[in-house]
Design a protein around this ligand. Sequence first.
Ligand code: AMP
Length: 602
Amino acid sequence: MARQGHVIGIDLGTTNSEVAAFHDGQVRIIGKGNTRMLPSCVGLSPEGELLIGEPARNQLLLFPERTVRSIKRMMGRETTVRLGDKDYTPQEISAIILRELADWARAGLGGPVDQAVITVPAYFSDAQRQATREAGALAGLEVVRILNEPTAASLAYGVGEEGNHTVLVYDLGGGTFDVSIVTIEDDVTEVLGSHGNNHLGGDDFDQLIVDRLVDSFKQTHGIDPREGHAAAYSRIWRAAEEAKKRLSGEPFTMIREEALITRDGTPLHLEMELSREEYQEMIRPLIETTLESVSKAMSDAGKKNRDLDAVLLVGGATRTPLVMEILEKRTGIAPKQDVHPDLCVALGAGVMASRMSGREIDRVLVDVSPFSFGISYLGNRDGLPYYHCYHPIIRRNTPLPVTKTEAYETTHPFQTEVDVHVYQGDDPDALKNIPVGDFKVEGLQDVEDPNVVLCRMNLDLDGILNVTAIEKDTGLSKNITINNSLQPKSDEEIAAARRRLDELFADRVLAFEEDEDEGLDDDEAEDQSLETDDPAWEEAVRSAEALLDRSRGLLGEMHDEDREEAIDLHERIEEAIRSGQAEPLDDSLAELRELLFFVEGK
Ligand code: AMP
């Protein structure tokens, strides 16, 4: 009796392709070595050797006549492409990619593979679907299902597990963009509307960076790398794409290519720094054009924002933070990205493939951070400066491992040290989140202008959170490691962490007072921080915070004089809380209550 073959799921993409299948108890991407994505590129080397994936992509700019990319765009057309001295149909080129993926799967699964689920865009015509089936057959695979990509994405997320759902699937890949509205009711999935742009994607973002790099090189060295320097131009493309990816997690990036071109024996280097802010302004118009497609797909589907249960992000280019930001503004829903966006469609095809081989799979499992993490900073709240502003650097539901960096600035001239307070939570008020650690960075440059300090957070699969503060100009850095950051904290742990933080703030105030009042001795300081253990004190702090909240909400309605007085009282109350001083707290609270009585009674 023949051994039964595995059913695999394949995302046959314009830029990259992947294969997934049920393996070791769950649906997984099956890669080769450390590689999980196969560039959808096929080529012939100068020696006539067949190149598939990365090696073909590497020779793309050097030997365009011997390399084929983006064959997906030609599927279903009566045409051929030339590779070396022979012509091939789009199905044949696609079959080469499919065969390579099936080989990866055979090696990874350790058994025969003869059936496949292959995904296609929702807008693919019958001819394009039929061509995809043919490509599968040419690769020796029986195509048991052609699956719409947005449906696959929904399956990967397990949408529809409970009752019916309507989701918006926003897919921005390397060279194509599409958005679909999908409903899922029990096992029935329907694409209600779909729109897109066949010529928009992450490659266009690369192009904008390439143009900027070329201009910069031309300005510095007077040579245009596009003219007769194919190898140099190809290096610029790679550098641009790498820089783009880094900017998804970093606020700045340095692009450096040593000896890009040699002139009269002298190597000429390319060097340019790009900030995320500048980069985002370059790509913003492109992302904004995708919103027209979102509106069209929504109106074709007859749906409004309020009908959507979720927004799913698919495609590598959706890792660009601006995509999420713009889409959240448009739909009013925080988009989900917890299934790796570039592997999501393949994983969904893997879910379908597993179901077709008789396994009940609800969704794919991914390791994500269940919490957000960030640091506090001096920002604006209700139009006023506030020391405990907060926004997450690592967001809840981000796949692990993850590294993200944000930039901050020192707040006063000649500031040579900063305190970094790390919190877990999502509240814009840091004090309402859970403190998880803190440290001080000393020895910063003694400069008058704001000094940029980067905060890098790395969270790994074991829940180890590493936080590093780096002075951008000098590279001076300091870090802490927080173990078990993903373990839910008990109430006692949270209270203890808050106390530690209060003590820290208390220390700061004491240190300040020492200068003015000749200092408190250690016993007195001990007494002060002990006060924070007292339940009555805890209660007083809670009611003080509630009053502060109420007062902040009323600032906009106050006369100038009242507002100034309220702000002064807020500061006194916050300081009393930080330093654990009950009496000044009571006095200031009484004053603020009285003030609010008149403001509210107005
Ligand atoms: P896909 O077609 O889904 O494989 O997406 C490929 C596109 O995603 C390419 O343009 C990649 O450069 C882009 N991409 C991959 N990773 C990132 C990232 N971290 N940030 C921004 N774009 C990315």
